[in-house]
Design a protein around this ligand. Structure first.
Ligand code: C2E
Ligand code: CA
Ligand code: CA
Length: 532
């Protein structure tokens, strides 16, 4: 009882463990995948923010420099009243420009659109300190003023003059962060030399340990944007995909776990069980005596398959022979059974050269390629004479090609084997087939034996078969004899040999050999042991 409970419990626990393991593994995988996905997505978004800020700054610089170029081409460059007037007009028209200054090529200021603003400068860069843009057509530098920082851009006009535009670039230009991160991030616009031109307002984001820094370089100007975000704020941002991914992984894991648990612990199919039984030698030969009806002497035995389960249960062939035949396992089963039977009865077969062993052969196996060859090898390996072996052609499957069947029968008999037609009277073999096959033995089915004393037609049928056999030179064996009265009736019908519980049921080797030994010399059928 406890063992049964354990047997039931362990697979169930193993299944649950396997299921949980699969769910756990998928959840862990989902967690890693979701974090990875979210992180790469975040990185891409941060990069995108840096790009947007940079593009905006580049556009502002581009418009500033374009205004200067415009002025250089069309304006009146000089410091007299009229010229300054036209400079002021340009500054006025360009929104982002605070001032335009006319400078020497070495960057020293000559005059400005709004000369008063010069006083607000805290310093002024030399030409060498200004950073050239790609191609060198313009230079950028920081202008420190009392009211803040501005960006200066210089272009050369001729050997006498260059122009400088003072552009106001404030934090709002580069304020690109989403509202969730705005207070935990800073975006700065810097020159390549590290000088800051503008930054967004938040001052909360400081320190390299707690922030993530991402800088994006301009390909046109000596500019870069630097985005700094607080790590903790970033980690909490944009985590919406996390739960769905982890949840989907969990469901997938559950599904996979179920499949795995089912496939690993599903019970074996009947065919798998049979294969296992054949491979482990659990299909064993039992022996049922064939005896002389008059003397009771055992003259031979029929090999009948029994599947012995590990717990000792004996399974009848009715439950597995059909499966073996339909699945093509019957050949392996038959050869294994025949070799074992020959080995187990070897002393008897050697001592009594008239003792005959009958083995059941399915028709398709009988006519299959190499059957006779394999039969001869098996017989030779057991060192038994071919005439001591009878092949019983069972009748559940018929011969598709009776001509071929007759040829194989002839070949087998040519080598000395005997051939019996099994289940005569109820099987597929009609009289014409019996005539055509030219076998050595007819086995009359239990069906007729059962009614031999009760039904005149059964007796008539048996008498007819006996006559047919005699004419064709065949011996007759009656099967399924259970009573002495049947023995007597069969003798009266002219039958000499029989098989049935009246002597013994199919027995395992030891019991069979004991029975043969106890009956040596012959005794009436009735005195048989009925033990199985
Ligand atoms: P079968 O070849 O006609 O074998 C005779 C069957 O009648 C056996 O059943 C035997 O146990 C049973 N029998 C014998 N005497 C008596 C009796 O007095 N009374 C009763 N009621 N039954 C008796 P079993 O062993 O269950 O085999 C059933 C069938 O399975 C066999 O019929 C045979 O067709 C097939 N079979 C058994 N072993 C093999 C095998 O190794 N190969 C093949 N191809 N078929 C086999
Ligand atoms: Ca048989
Ligand atoms: Ca039979």
């Amino acid at each position: 009882m406890t063992e049964l409970r354990n047997r039931l419990r362990w697979p169930a626990i193993a299944r649950i463990l396997l299921f949980l393991l699969s769910v756990g593994a998928f959840l862990a995988g989902g967690n890693v995948a979701a974090n990875y996905l979210i992180e790469t997505q975040r990185e891409r978004q941060l990069e995108e923010f840096g790009n947007i800020a940079l593009r905006r700054s580049e556009t502002a610089v581009f418009y500033g420099i374009s205004t200067l170029r415009d002025f250089a081409q069309r304006g009146n460059i000089g410091c007299d009243g009229g010229a300054l007037q036209s400079v002021r007009l340009f500054v006025y028209r360009s929104g982002a420009m605070k001032d335009i200054r006319i400078v020497r090529p070495d960057a020293s200021v000559v005059c400005a659109a709004f000369s008063e603003t010069l006083e607000f400068d805290k310093g002024w860069a030399t030409r060498a300190e200004m950073l050239p843009s790609v191609g060198g057509a313009s230079r950028l530098f920081r202008v420190e003023q009392f009211f803040g920082t501005a960006l200066g851009a210089m272009i050369d006009v001729n050997s006498e003059y260059s122009l400088v535009g003072i552009m106001s670039v404030d934090g709002s230009l580069i304020d690109v962060m989403p509202s969730e991160l705005r207070n935990q991030s800073v975006v700065a616009l810097e020159l390549d030399n590290g000088q800051t031109i503008a930054r967004t307002a938040s001052g909360a984001v400081v320190g390299d340990d707690t922030t993530i820094r991402l800088s994006t370089e301009s390909e046109r100007y000596p500019l870069r944007t630097v985005v700094r975000v607080d790590k903790a704020a970033l980690a909490a941002w944009n985590r919406q995909p996390y739960m769905p991914i982890v949840l989907a992984s969990g469901i997938l894991g559950a599904f996979f776990g179920l499949l795995l648990a089912r496939s690993l612990f599903r019970p074996m199919s009947p065919l798998e069980e049979l294969d296992r039984a054949i491979a482990l030698g659990h299909v064993r030969p039992y022996f049922q005596p064939i005896f002389d009806l008059r003397t009771g002497e055992i003259t031979g035995a029929e090999v009948l398959a029994r599947w012995i389960k590990p717990d000792g249960t004996v399974i009848s062939p009715a439950r597995f022979i059909e499966l073996a035949e339909d699945s093509g396992r019957i050949a392996d089963l038959t050869w294994q059974l025949l070799s074992t039977a020959l080995a187990e009865l070897r002393p008897l077969l050697t001592a009594d050269k008239n003792f005959c062993l009958s083995v059941n052969i399915s028709p398709p196996h009988f006519v299959s390629d190499g059957f006779i060859q394999k039969l001869r090898e098996t017989t030779a390996a057991a060192n038994v004479a071919t005439r001591q072996i009878t092949l019983e052609l069972t009748e559940r499957q018929s011969f598709e090609d009776p001509g071929l069947a007759a040829a194989v029968v002839a070949e087998a008999r040519g080598y000395g084997y005997k051939v019996a037609i099994d289940d005569v009277g109820i099987g597929h073999s009609g009289l014409s087939q019996i005539q055509r096959l030219r076998a050595d033995v007819l086995k009359i089915d239990k069906f007729f034996v059962d009614s031999v004393n009760l039904d005149a037609s059964a007796t008539a049928m048996i008498a007819m078969l006996v006559r047919l056999a005699r004419e064709m030179g065949m011996r007759v064996i009656a099967e399924g004899i259970e009573e002495q009265a049947q023995v007597d009736a069969l003798i009266n019908c002219g039958i000499a040999y029989g098989q049935g519980y009246v002597v013994a049921p199919p027995l395992p080797q030891r019991a069979f050999l004991d029975l043969v030994a106890s009956r040596a010399g012959g005794q009436p059928a009735q005195a048989a042991t009925r033990a199985a």
